[in-house]
Design a protein around this ligand. Structure first.
Ligand SMILES: [Zn+2]
Length: 337
């Protein structure tokens, strides 16, 4: 990419001169629609004539491509990449599954612009595994049995993401955005405290899911199933690209509580958080009559969780980081003291 202050041959001055870059808007009509693209242009610092330094044309054509895709909401190369990644499918079988020619997706990957209709279909497949399943079924013979089975399995797996509520997904997306490393165990505890503190403060639950009292503390089972494969490792899930940006649909008060919990409870490891939940009444009540290693899955009613944290709020200011940190210290003394 050329830079202001670099030199090139000016055909007007007939020698090497320095040039300056400026952004300029240009109007252009494509298929009866008027667009305005911003281009970068180079001007000779001595005579003011326009120059054409090496690399500028390529740069501008990439910029134009990006601006056009943005204006028309055309799928990007990165998103097509995600599509292949999510469904474990290669360029040619994906092309055939979508009902395109065999090399169409490969051309898109090289930068060719898809039509709006083809772009919309790819976007739909990206955000909706049921749509992908339907496409795969329709074009099964063309796609080939091995690729079909692999992609069909990936789509079925993705559907499990849609079994948790939208609100839960938004909360999880926000947690992932706020915290560097989240293991499945930490995630479970975050969700529990977010639900508890939110419902105590606002007198209503943040998400509809119930949690159950497992040996390792309160667990939202469908979320557990979703991330089971990560075991004790940080969750690094390419399926979650589907939900990127979801957290912005959370209301301000909801987001604040998620952040508050992430900034306080989120500083501890899963085992420490587990130990804290074991000292708290909601989990203890639900585990009554079961030994430490008994596999039981008694629901901890949302009302119980809310009632418990309302009580906590009488002694600790659960709306503030300081209050929550004091509460955690108090609980840690119980758990390890
Ligand atoms: Zn010049």
């Amino acid at each position: 990419m050329p830079q202001t202050g670099q030199t090139d041959f000016c055909s007007n001055c007939r020698k090497q001169t320095e040039y300056e870059l400026r952004k300029e808007a240009e109007k252009e009509t494509i298929r009866d629609r008027l667009y305005e693209f911003t281009y970068t242009k180079a001007y000779c610092r001595e005579c003011g004539e326009e120059m054409g330094p090496l690399g500028l044309i390529d740069y501008n054509s990439r910029e134009r491509d990006i601006q056009y895709r943005r204006a028309e909401q055309i799928i990007t190369v990165e998103e097509i990449q995600k599509l292949m990644q999510l469904y474990h499918i290669g360029k040619a079988p994906l092309s055939l599954a979508l009902g395109f020619g065999e090399v169409t997706v490969a051309r898109y990957m090289e930068g060719q612009m898809p039509s709006k209709a083809y772009s919309d279909l790819m976007k739909e497949a990206l955000s909706n595994p049921c749509c992908m399943e339907r496409l795969l079924d329709e074009n099964r013979a063309k796609v080939g049995e091995a690729a079909y089975k692999k992609a069909r399995r990936a789509a079925a797996d993705l559907k499990s993401l849609f079994q948790v509520s939208d609100r839960m997904l938004m909360v999880i997306a926000r947690i992932f955005e706020q915290m560097q490393e989240v293991t499945p165990l930490v995630l479970q505890k975050m969700l529990y405290y977010i639900q508890g503190i939110y419902s105590a403060v606002y007198q209503r639950p943040l998400f509809e899911e119930n949690c159950v009292a497992w040996q390792h503390g309160p667990v939202y089972e469908k979320v557990y199933t979703l991330f089971r494969d990560f075991k004790y490792n940080p969750i690094d899930d390419d399926r979650f690209v589907l939900f990127e940006g979801r957290e912005k649909y959370l209301a301000d008060d909801e987001r604040q509580i998620v952040d508050l919990v992430a900034e306080t409870f989120g500083s501890y490891g899963g085992k420490v958080l587990e130990a804290i939940t074991h000292t708290e009444r909601p989990w203890q009540e639900a585990r009554k009559g079961y030994g430490a290693d008994d596999p039981a899955r008694v629901v901890i009613p949302k009302e119980e969780i809310a009632a418990y944290f309302r009580e906590v709020s009488k002694a600790f200011d659960i709306r503030t980081k300081e209050g929550l940190r004091n509460y955690i210290q108090f609980r840690l003394a119980y758990a390890y003291g």
